[in-house]
Design a protein around this ligand. Structure first.
Ligand code: AHR
Length: 656
């Protein structure tokens, strides 16, 4: 009785400190290695939504550089005698402009580009201007190029200037380096025509010289670095719905996205007129960031490339009529696109024209493509009918390529229930599941994969994010619940082979969809709380699941266990263990790690991701406000007592 009272008093004291009185025992059997954790487990999903490509990762600063937008002067101001012409040097982008002398002294013919929400330029850094030009009547002409701050109150708007001398009536590429004297987020680019000579211009471009890995047609440094720092195992591109397009003609056609950038035809962006509340009629795809660049980037950030291709179905959300889709017996060109893509990625340049193009573009070695996803968010019998001939032909010619099908746009429900067995029947290696779901769903779904069949098609959690309801969008709590959910992914590494949070990028001024993992303006970027969670998972991915029980039972993976979620793995390369515990509850929890069969001290690190404010989020102003903290830890075996504070994600990483 006395003891009971004492226990009660102790429990009361703990409770007043915000602690739960009950201790939880996690039994970890380090020697019992479970399923291998695939290299691809934590990856990234890229789609050109929210100005993720043009205006984002793709470092080009000029919008509508080839004058091919439906309104050819979108993004441009013109003054003096500027004429739109047809039949330029690039047959797939035939328009160009003619700059004639104004006919008046002190009047200037000029074109001025506004960039994407302006152009972000940094003082002291170099920018490469390039243009294709000619003097149609022969002879030579001078072009003046300025990067300007046209909002300035100073006497001179120029941040820097340069010139190029154009000669002859053949089209040639001219370049100049500009170095702005100061940083400005909303600069414009001006190109002045010669005051005496008519000049023709096409493909007007401005890139920072410093791009990721220094490629001329390259990626914005901070954004690509953010991807590299994620250590992704897989890189899915180019989407998402953009794969399907608004309709078939506007689907993503990878063949249009390779070869010289000047001759990649413009495509609309299906996100430009989707939401009336976030409407961007000037959002197009230049394809400057195309399939070669995607493959190259995958390689450079160490991720397996995972292209998604059209299955010949126009976006089913937007096109309900069967006539909007390709009849099954007319699918061969679409199937050929997939077969040719595999050659482009892996083929022998001496034997295949697409492989030769890859070599000509600077990558003779194969990209070692292993996966192809066919269709995005498709559903119904029509999807199966369309997918089957793709599977037949890809299997026949490339038996080692893993094929990814889809379970449709929803995380459960009729379409999902119909498609999963069909995917098994058709023999899809992986099935792409999508779930943009609220907090309650994430809290209840840590056990989602516990009872999935262990044989047959595996899971690719290809698009997911916790969508807070009525709260901030990239707030800490959403990220914490994603961390909780991912314990269940990790524990089920024999079923789930890949997971990619979505979407990846968003321009602060140009987003259509949120939350997103990485945000930016023209100059700066920040990594959201969700990014921090993804990074914690991918950098402690491990190579094998390790058996873990909680209070003598298997981890339930839902909030019934005092809000605790957990998983453990072993990393055979780093020779260390990673024990992940997420406390989603409002009270600190005391936990004992029982390391079966172990003795002594094991040194390592403790990663702690915590916020006092569940609505807290990183911002451009405070990009590092919410980041995990790292400290040293010594775990003593066989039992080690620890406390997981409320609303906290911890990872104990310790040596063998
Ligand atoms: O990630 C944004 C969109 O969500 C994707 O394009 C689509 O696949 C899903 O509906």
């Amino acid at each position: 009785m006395r003891i009971t009272n004492l226990t009660f008093a102790f429990a009361l004291a703990l409770s007043s400190l915000g602690m739960n009185a009950q201790n939880h025992e996690f039994i970890i059997t380090p020697k019992k290695l479970g399923a291998p954790i695939p290299y691809t487990m934590y990856g990234i999903f890229f789609e050109d939504i929210n100005y993720a490509a043009d205006g984002g990762l793709y470092a080009e600063l000029v919008k509508n550089r080839s004058f091919e937008f439906p309104n050819p002067y979108t993004g441009w101001d013109i003054s003096g005698k500027v004429t739109l012409m047809d039949g330029g040097p690039f047959n797939k982008n035939p328009k160009y402009v003619r700059l004639a002398p104004s006919g008046h002294s002190d009047k200037h013919t000029m074109i001025e580009n506004h960039g994407f929400f302006g152009m972000g330029v940094k003082g002291g850094e170099e920018y490469r201007f390039s243009v294709w030009a000619r003097v149609p009547n022969g002879g030579s002409a001078k072009l003046w190029i300025d990067i300007v701050d046209n909002a300035t109150m100073n006497d001179d708007q120029k941040l820097c200037n340069a010139s190029v001398d154009v000669s002859g009536n053949e089209w040639k590429k001219y370049t100049a380096i500009l170095k702005p004297g100061r940083t400005f987020a909303k600069a414009h680019l001006r190109v002045w025509g010669d005051s005496k000579v008519t000049t023709d211009l096409d493909h007007v471009s401005l890139f920072p010289v410093k791009t990721y890995k220094g490629h001329e047609n390259g990626m914005r440094m901070d954004l690509a670095k953010a991807l590299e720092d994620l250590h992704p195992g897989v890189f899915r591109f180019p989407g998402g719905c953009i794969v399907e397009g608004t309709d078939l003609p506007t689907r993503y056609q990878w063949k249009n996205s390779v070869g010289p950038v000047e001759n990649r035809p413009l495509n609309e962006n299906r996100w430009h007129y989707t939401f009336t509340s976030r409407y961007f009629p000037d959002y197009y795809q230049s394809y400057g960031l195309g399939f070669f660049e995607y493959f190259q980037l995958s390689e450079e950030i160490g991720a397996e490339p995972l292209p998604v291709v059209s299955v010949g179905l126009a976006c089913q959300f937007q096109n309900s009529s069967e006539s909007a889709h390709v009849p099954v017996d007319e699918l061969q060109p679409y199937i050929d696109d997939v077969l040719d893509l595999i050659e482009f990625a892996n083929g022998d340049p001496a034997k295949n024209q697409w492989a030769k193009l890859r070599a000509d573009m600077g990558h003779p070695a194969p990209f070692n493509l292993k996966f192809v996803a066919i269709g995005n968010e498709q559903w119904g019998q029509t999807y199966i009918d369309h997918l089957q001939p793709f599977v037949d032909q890809v299997r026949k010619q490339y038996p080692n390529i893993k094929i990814i099908g889809t379970s449709g746009p929803n995380s459960e429900g009729d379409d999902f229930d119909f498609l999963w067995p069909e995917m098994r029947k058709i023999g899809a290696d992986l099935v792409d599941e999508h779930f943009y779901r609220p907090e309650s769903w994430f809290l209840a779904s840590g056990n989602r994969y516990d009872n999935y069949p262990r044989k047959g098609s595996k899971v690719f959690a290809g698009e997911y994010a916790c969508h807070g309801r009525g709260k901030k969008w990239n707030h800490f709590e959403a990220a914490l619940l994603e961390a909780a959910f991912l314990t269940g992914v990790e524990r089920n590494a024999d079923v789930v082979e890949m997971a990619t949070y979505a979407p990846l990028f968003a321009h602060i001024e140009g987003w259509q969809w949120r939350p997103d993992m990485i945000w930016y303006d023209n100059l700066n970027s920040f990594r959201s709380c969700s990014y921090q969670v993804q990074q914690l998972y991918s950098t402690t991915k491990g190579t094998n699941v390790v058996s873990l029980t909680m209070n003598g039972k298997s981890v339930a993976g839902n909030s019934d266990q005092d809000g605790l979620f957990a998983s453990a793995n072993y990393d055979s390369k780093a020779e260390c263990y990673n024990v992940k515990i997420v406390n989603t509850g409002n009270r600190a929890q005391s936990v004992t790690l029982n390391l079966k069969g172990w003795k002594g001290d094991h040194t390592g690190k403790l990663f702690t991701f915590h916020a006092d404010d569940m609505d807290g989020e990183n911002t451009l102003e405070e990009p590092h406000k919410y980041e995990p903290k790292t400290s040293s830890v010594t775990v003593t075996a066989p039992t080690y007592a620890l406390t997981v504070p409320a609303k906290t994600f911890v990872i104990y990483q310790f040596a063998k």
